[in-house]
Design a protein around this ligand. Sequence first.
Ligand SMILES: Cc1ncc(COP(=O)(O)O)c(C=O)c1O
Length: 418
Amino acid sequence: MPDIRTIKTDFPLFRHHPDLVYFDSAATALKPQVVIDAEREYLEQYSANVGRGLYPLAETATEKFEAVREKVARFIGASKSTEIIFTGGTTASINLAALLLASQISEGDNIVTTTMEHHSNFLPWKELAKKCQAELRVLPITEEGALNMSALGRYVDARTRVVAFSAVSNVLGTINPVQEIIAAIKAITPDAIVLVDAAQAIGHMPLGVSLWDADLVAFSAHKMFGPTGVGILWGKAALLETLPPVAFGGGMVLDVYPPESSVGRACAAETTYKEIPYRFEAGTPNIGGVIGFGAALDYIGSIGIENIRAHEMALTEYAMKRLKETFGAAIAIVGPTEADKRGGIIAFSFAGIHPHDIAQLLGEKNICVRAGEHCAAPLHRRLGLAATTRISFSVYNSEEDIDTLIEALKKNTLLLNK
Ligand SMILES: Cc1ncc(COP(=O)(O)O)c(C=O)c1O
């Protein structure tokens, strides 16, 4: 792992805000210069559309765009790059998945999600269940903030068509044993389609989607140093090939005919669609964003995913220790107690102090934290908390940042307790 001071020079935001302590990487990670440069190069030097033009600039754009698809496939351990669908983000990926799977769900079936999900992995399934007259089931969590695996058999059964859960909770920080969970689901019902929301996992720890044996995996580029507006829906080729497209337009068709009424039966035929993944990518994608994402993946590779995991875990351990020794019983940290069971995310609350007040006062000291329910209202209901304060780590954070936070929190909690 390179020295933190060197890493910080990779992120131009710190040039503009040298004293900034950025603890909101779970919302969006900062962007290194290499990502900004790659996106700018596309815009300045070869900003043609992809998959359409036959002139050299368009061919360059298409080659570079498609090279990122290959890179993503290698990065997540997918067996083929045709399994990578570019979307606008995790939310768009999961909504696309829900639309794609609508044809697989009938009245009386059920869809299982969990209490710890981000709204993005909850609402699309709730809406889909309503539309298909299926039942939405919500797997509970344990007191320790893990998925309640002993309850799985009561939630998943032969009528379960989809199970959707996150690899890492964006509030509890819990790392779910994805491979084990999928094996347990498939042991009950081998035909259930399992979607993993990997928004807080990919880019933070080594993993492989094929190893997991998931069917679909969703994540966002911007949470792993890439641009906003780019996401991935990975799907097993064998599944994607069975699914009809749900969004229609340019770039995804082989041939289109006007209706029979205007050309006569002999000339009319069904629309034919391109192969996967193109038939799920109607319209012009965020080309510059995807190119920038490629540079983000190279950047992660240059640091090393094992190094990133080790660094974030060490910071999590240090922060939990310092928070507990400084504030004792006054602070409640949600989620697992051991750092090796969590990603670099810690959400906490102080009795009698609203998290928004804490976040605002920290903000005035150049410390960026998140306060609220973090798009996880069902989880906060379960925890009996209206809101929490959340800190989350990345490669540019240090123990010194945590010390700065603790000092500021000491002053703020004193102030707010008066
Ligand atoms: C676990 C999880 N899922 C989904 C999302 C939604 O991601 P996006 O806003 O990039 O679509 C987030 C964002 O915080 C998240 O943490």
